[in-house]
Design a binder for this molecule. Structure first.
Ligand code: SAM
Length: 288
């Protein structure tokens, strides 16, 4: 079988046949551009060995491409009214399982265990933009066996994932993503590639999971608490940010001593630190 829904004519046909009503609260913007769909599949480097998890299949547009390329696909969709549509649009493929669930409530580790023997899975999605960060952080922090995540996100969020210190987009998301994976922007995607058109520009980004983190951290939880505290009060110095953080309970003296041991000036701002420096600083704190 051949994927056909990337053609807007068929998407409109399916939507009309089922009298589908778009739900704003679910971030529903369906892809209607075959060129973009092909780029996503190519960037995800899917083979017939792969088990792929798709988040939010919508009417099954990208799912058709994934089913063609992969060994098996599990597609997790929250909107109950899309389930009968997916049964129709995916009927020609016998390697797809549709799961009617909220992705944030799915035990993805268990799914990877059952469907892929715990081997690394590929996640591919045109994400609902209202929950981009929780979805990505959930996959990384819950230690899901991952090969890569290839996703469509808001352009500005894609930028945030790949920048370093010295730009306004740099923040906790940049550091979290870069601790777990190598980010590469694949392509920018304008609003007219979707139905309905989103108000923001989009981009496809591929996050390739590291086998080993790029920096050595004694206590990951502590490092991420420090990172959050540093960016919570962007305009303050790092010393003040850490002192005021509800998650942390170090004294001013302890903070100043840790900064000095890490070779950092006492008036530095959190947003100036690289991942290596946050790792080093957090290792100083875990010795206290
Ligand atoms: N993959 C389709 C496409 O590219 O045309 C649809 C993408 S649309 C941007 C996002 C999809 O995610 C919608 O189908 C929406 O219903 C679904 N969705 C939203 N929140 C979800 C959640 N918490 N769990 C699973 N799916 C969700």
């Amino acid at each position: 079988p051949r994927p056909y829904l990337g053609n807007p004519k068929y998407t409109i046909e399916v939507l009309q046949k089922y009298h589908f009503v778009f739900q704003k609260r679910f971030g529903q913007n369906f892809l209607i551009d075959t060129h973009v769909l092909e780029r996503i599949i190519e960037a995800a480097q899917i083979t017939k060995d792969d088990f792929v998890i798709e988040i939010g299949p919508g009417i099954g547009t990208m799912t058709q491409y994934l089913a063609e390329a992969a060994r098996e696909v599990a597609a997790v969709e929250i909107d109950r009214s899309l389930i009968p549509i997916l049964q129709d649009t995916l009927q020609d493929w016998d390697n797809v399982t549709v799961i009617n669930e909220d992705i944030l409530k799915v035990d993805v580790c268990k799914l990877a265990q059952e469907k892929n023997g715990g081997r690394p899975v590929k996640v591919v999605a045109n994400l609902p933009y209202y929950i981009t960060t929780p979805i990505i952080m959930g996959l990384f922090e819950n230690q899901v066996p991952l090969d890569s995540i290839t996703i469509m996100v808001q352009k500005e969020v894609a930028d945030r994932m790949q920048v370093g210190p010295g730009t306004k987009d740099y923040g906790a998301l940049s550091l979290a993503v870069q601790y777990y994976a190598r980010p590469q922007i694949v392509t920018n995607v304008p609003p007219n590639c979707f139905m309905p058109r989103p108000k923001v520009g989009s981009a496809v980004i591929r996050l390739t999971r590291f086998l080993e983190p790029p920096v050595k951290v004694d206590d990951e939880k502590l490092m991420f608490a420090i990172i959050r505290a540093s960016f919570n009060q962007r305009r303050k110095t790092l010393v003040n940010g850490l002192k005021n953080a509800s998650e942390l309970s170090f004294t001013k003296e302890q903070i100043e001593s840790a900064l000095t041991s890490a070779g950092l000036p006492l008036n530095i701002r959190g947003e100036a630190l690289t991942l290596e420096q946050f790792a080093q600083l957090s290792n100083e704190f875990s010795r206290i």
